[in-house]
Design a protein around this ligand. Sequence first.
Ligand code: XMP
Length: 525
Amino acid sequence: MTATVQPDAATSLQSELVLVLDFGSQTAQLIARRIRDLNVFCQLVRHDISAERVKELAPRGIILSGGPASVYGEKAPKCDPEIFNLGIPVLGICYGMQLTCQALGGVVQAGTTREFGRTELKTLEDHPLVAGLPATSTVWMSHGDQVQQAGDEFIPIASTHSCPMAAVRHRSRQIFGLQFHPEVTHSEYGKQLLENFLRKCCGCAGTWQIESLIEQQVTAIRARVGNSRVICGLSGGVDSSVVAALLYKAIGSQLSCIFVDNGLLRKGECEKVRERFQNHFKTDLHVVDASHRFLSELAGVVDPQQKRKIIGRVFIEVFRKEAESITDARFLAQGTLYPDVIESGGSPDGPAATIKYHHNVGGLPEQLGFELIEPLRDLFKDEVRRMGLALGLSEELIWRHPFPGPGLGVRCLGGITSERLHALREADAIVLEELRKAGLYRTIQQAFAVILPVQSVGVMGDGRTYEETIAVRAVTTDDFMTADWYPLPYDLMRIISTRIINEVRGVNRVVYDISSKPPSTIEWE
Ligand code: XMP
C-alpha cells in the first residue's frame, strides 16, 4: 500500500469558507489566521486557482493577498479574471487591490512617494466596510505602486496623505480594495476591517469553532477508518498528542499508540506519556524501550550530522518493527500541520512550495505501508493547542517548549554516554523547574540545558575537581527562524547555577548562552 493524502478537507469542514489567494505575500498566512480568529474557516490557495474550482468550493468571500511583484511586471502573478464575475465578495489587499482594480478598468502606477510603515488613514465615506473606524486611524503600508485612477468603476472610501485611494469599493459589486495591510497588528483597526468584510459584506455568521471542528473530524475519521486499526506514533510533543487524543475520541480501542524511548528523552518524559495515554486516555500504548540500541549505535560518535542520521535511522527501524507487530493496522496517523502542508505544496489547491526550514529528524517515511490520516492538516499551531485543551490535554503539555526529534542527542556535545545524558537530564529539569517557578516558562519560547565537550578545573570542599560544563540556553522567538537570547534575572541565574552544581554529580561549571539566531542557531548541534 502506498501512502495517500487525505482529500481536500475544505469541502467537508465548513459551511462558511473564505479563500485567500496567495500572491506570495509574507503575510498571506497571517490573513488566514486573522480570519480564523474571527471564527470563519479560511484556506490559503494558489493565486491562479480557476474560477470553476472556486465555484465548486463555494466560498462566502475571496481575499487576494499582497505580493512582492508589480502588476505590470513581466512575470506578475495573475488570477483567473472570472473570479470577479462569480458574484462572490472580493477583497484585494495591496497587490491584490491593484490587480483587482487593474482587472476591472483602473490604472496602477508607481506612486510619487513609496510608502512603507505607519501612516494615517482618513475615512471618506460611511460604508459598512469601514464601520466602527474613527475619522482617522493608523494603518501599515508597504508599497511602491498604487492605484492612480480608479476608472469609473471604483469609488475611494479612505485615503492617506500620499495615496488617495487607500481603500476603494466597486460602484455596483461587492468588490473592495485596501492598499494597506489590515492583517498586521500595526494597522489599528485592521481586525475591525476584516470583520466588517466577513460579516457585513460576505454575510458570515462566524460560527467556526474548534469544538465544531473536533466533531466534524471525529465523524470524518470514523467514516474513513470503519473497523480498522490506526497506529499513532507519539513523540511526547503537542502535535502527536493532540492527534492521539482526537483519534481516541473518534475510535477508542481501535487506536494503538507507539512511543519509542530512545534514551535521549528529558527527565520524566516516558512516565508522562504513560500517565496520559495509558491511565488517562486508555489507549493500547506500546512503549518500546530502545535506549540501549540507540546508545550503542551512538557510542563514540561526535559529529552532529552523523548523530542525527543514526538517531533517524534507528528510530525508523524500531518504529517499523513495532508497527509490524500490530498486525491488523491499516492506517498511520500523523500530526502534520497546515504550515507544513503549505510549505511542502501538499494541498491540491495550495500555493506553490516554499522552502521548508526545519530539519525534521524523528519523522517517518511514507513507505511504511500505511494509509495516512492527518487530522491537523488544516490547522495552525495555536489552533492545535486550542483543540488539545478542548480534548482534555493538560496546559503543561499544550504549552510545552519544542523538543527536537533527535532529543538530548543534539544537546550532549561530544560523545554520548548514559552518565553524561543523566547529568544533562538532571540539569535540564532544574532549568525548566526554576523557569516555571519564576513564572517565565511561557514568556520564553524555548529553554534547555546543553552539556559541553569541555571539562574544567574546580574546587569542591578541599578537593580539586575536573568536571563537565553545562550551558543554559533560553530564547524568545516568533517563528524559531530567528531568535534572541533572553535576559534572565541574575537572581534566577544564581539559583539555577547553584542548584545544578550542588545537585548534579559530575558538573562543576555553568555558563549562560548569550547568542542570538542568526548567526547562532537555537540548538548547539
Ligand atoms: P535551530 O537549532 O535550527 O532550531 O535554530 C530551530 C527549531 O527547530 C528545532 N530543531 C529540530 N526539530 N528535529 C526536530 O524535530 C531536528 O532535528 C531539529 N533540530 C532543531 C529546535 O529545537 C528549534 O525549536
